[in-house]
Write a new protein. Structure first.
Length: 532
């Protein structure tokens, strides 16, 4: 009879758990200001057409850059840390899932030996003063999820898992852009170095001319010293460029998870600055919210926090629980006095008479909490509102970054055109000034000015060409391109997964199946199951 009542109570309680409500707000994505059109959409170089955002760097047609990005996606250490954080989030979700089921289950057993003093009070003759006791049992306790506390916790951890994936993608976007940016900067520095060396040769020749004319008495020593000063000033730029070049190569090596100097074989030979397409395909603004992982990260953080309001709010209501224990117990103690039953034995351990159990249901309700629970709910709600505003701000910043990158790309192209003509004019001025100087028509100051201006303009032109490429990179970083290359791959490299599996039993968390999105009316995703 007791067993039937216990089973009936379990069924009723389980039904209550399934039909119970989930307190707290149901998550709705917050509204955010969404750009409707690009400010530069009328510019013929901006095309609102689909593009390969996943491999945008391939438009440079540079195999070295393609290799570097692929290596970084496989070897970058901060990216690997982000991948391991996803595994951590999967494990945390597993804990939350387990709380949907009986939270406490334990199998226990014990053996004890007792030796009772015959001189103790109320001791009776004929009692067994020396006996052993053995028991084996199973205990369980289950706080029912009547108010949806544990379901909300699962929802929160799902949001955190998805946020960790978005964080991984955000790092991937930054990584691909930084690899491309560093590589383009290296090529720009190589071009600047070559131009500086060319100008050194020109200025060395000018110094020789000045020295010759000085020896012949045609000019004063002032021309010689001015020529030497300009030459030394130009030569001084070379060590600075070389230092920047080496530091950039070192930084690129670290991005690829390598020691400085290990990229020597890949980057040894200087190459021209890769050519940038004149036009850029940017898609439509509405796609920005779905593509940029930092926006997805901010939105998933809002979703995770929304569920925590319900977790905190559930503590305002009574907690219902089931508990019980079943086991076997036997002892070798016996009573031999007349009128008493015979002794027991360990051989009777598995008999039905050795079975003992108890069970029941209970509730608890923190009715006098002095506002502590209510204020914990308020804290979670305040954190939720902060994340809503952060999400909205992230969308605004994304729009700003995209517009800034576009206008910088367009205007830098215009700047290059003007500087190209300026460099041509400066080179012609140097030739004319040298001719006139040899003929004695102008003093050396004119030669000095033209050569200095040529050096400056050529260097500025080279840096601006590099800036066009860097701004092109910034456009696609702002558009959220680059993370797509991880699709179809594991977040953690195989060698790392093998190392972790050898150290710890990770089950199927290292290679999880595709997550199944539950219908909107289901609180519990169907693909979640505990690891028994």
């Amino acid at each position: 009879m007791k067993t039937c009542c216990l089973i009936f109570g379990l069924v009723i309680s389980f039904t209550m758990m399934l039909t119970g409500c989930a307190v707290g707000p149901d998550y709705i994505r917050p509204e955010a200001p969404e750009p409707q059109k690009w400010l530069e959409e009328k510019d013929p170089l901006i095309k609102s057409e689909p593009a390969d955002f996943g491999r945008w760097w391939t438009v440079f047609n540079d195999p070295v850059l393609d290799t570097l990005v692929e290596m970084a996606s496989q070897q970058n250490l901060p990216l690997r840390i982000a991948g391991i954080r996803i595994l951590e989030a999967r494990a945390q979700l597993g804990i939350a899932t387990g709380n949907l089921y009986p939270q406490s289950q334990a199998v226990g057993g014990s053996y004890s030996y007792t030796d009772v003093s015959k001189n103790s009070a109320n001791s009776q003759g004929g009692l067994d003063f020396h006996y052993s006791n053995i028991d084996l049992g199973f205990d369980a306790a289950w706080e029912l999820d009547f108010w949806g506390k544990f379901r909300r916790a699962v929802q929160s951890d799902i949001g955190k898992l998805e946020a960790s994936i978005a964080s991984y993608d955000d790092i991937m976007v930054t990584l691909t852009a930084e690899v491309a940016r560093t590589y383009l900067f290296i090529r720009t520095q190589e071009a600047r170095l070559a131009i500086a060396r060319e100008n050194v040769k020109i200025q060395e020749h000018s110094l020789q001319i000045a020295e010759t004319r000085y020896k012949e008495g045609d000019v004063t020593e002032l021309d010689v010293q001015q020529a030497r000063a300009l030459l030394r000033d130009t030569q001084a730029t070379i060590p600075r460029i070389q230092a920047d070049l080496r530091q950039s190569k070192n930084g690129l090596a670290i991005l690829l998870g390598m020691l400085p100097g290990e990229l020597k074989d890949i980057l040894e030979a200087p190459k021209p600055i890769p050519t940038v397409p004149a036009e850029v395909r940017v898609g439509v603004p509405s796609e920005l919210l779905r593509r940029r992982p930092d926006i997805r990260l901010a939105e998933r953080q809002v979703a995770a926090q929304s569920a925590l309001i319900g977790v905190a709010k559930a503590d305002l209501y009574p907690h219902f629980s089931l508990f019980g224990s079943i086991g076997l117990q036997a002892s070798d103690a016996g009573l031999t006095a007349a009128g008493f039953p015979g002794g027991s034995s360990f051989s009777n351990f598995w008999d039905s008479d050795s079975v003992e159990f108890f069970g029941g249901a209970g509730f608890s309700w923190n009715i006098l909490n002095y506002g502590r629970i209510t204020n914990r709910v308020r804290i979670q709600d305040a954190r939720f509102q902060q994340l809503v505003v952060n999400y909205q701000n992230t969308v605004l910043k994304a729009a700003q970054e995209t517009e800034d990158a576009m206008v910088a790309f367009l205007r830098s192209q215009e700047e290059v055109k003007f500087l190209s003509e300026s460099v041509q004019a400066a080179m012609r001025s140097v030739d004319l000034s040298m001719i006139q100087y040899r003929e004695g028509l102008v003093d050396y100051q004119r030669v000095l000015d033209t050569q200095r201006f040529q050096t400056q303009e050529q260097d500025l032109f080279t840096q601006t060409k590099g800036s066009v490429a860097l701004n092109f990179i910034a456009v696609f970083k702002a558009l959220g391109g680059g993370w797509q290359i991880r699709e179809g791959r594991d977040f953690v490299p195989e060698e790392t997964r093998k190392e972790m599996q050898q150290r710890t039993n990770w089950g199927n968390l290292l290679t999880p199946t595709k997550l199944e999105t539950p219908p909107d009316n289901e609180d519990k995703p169907r693909w979640l199951s505990p690891e028994w």
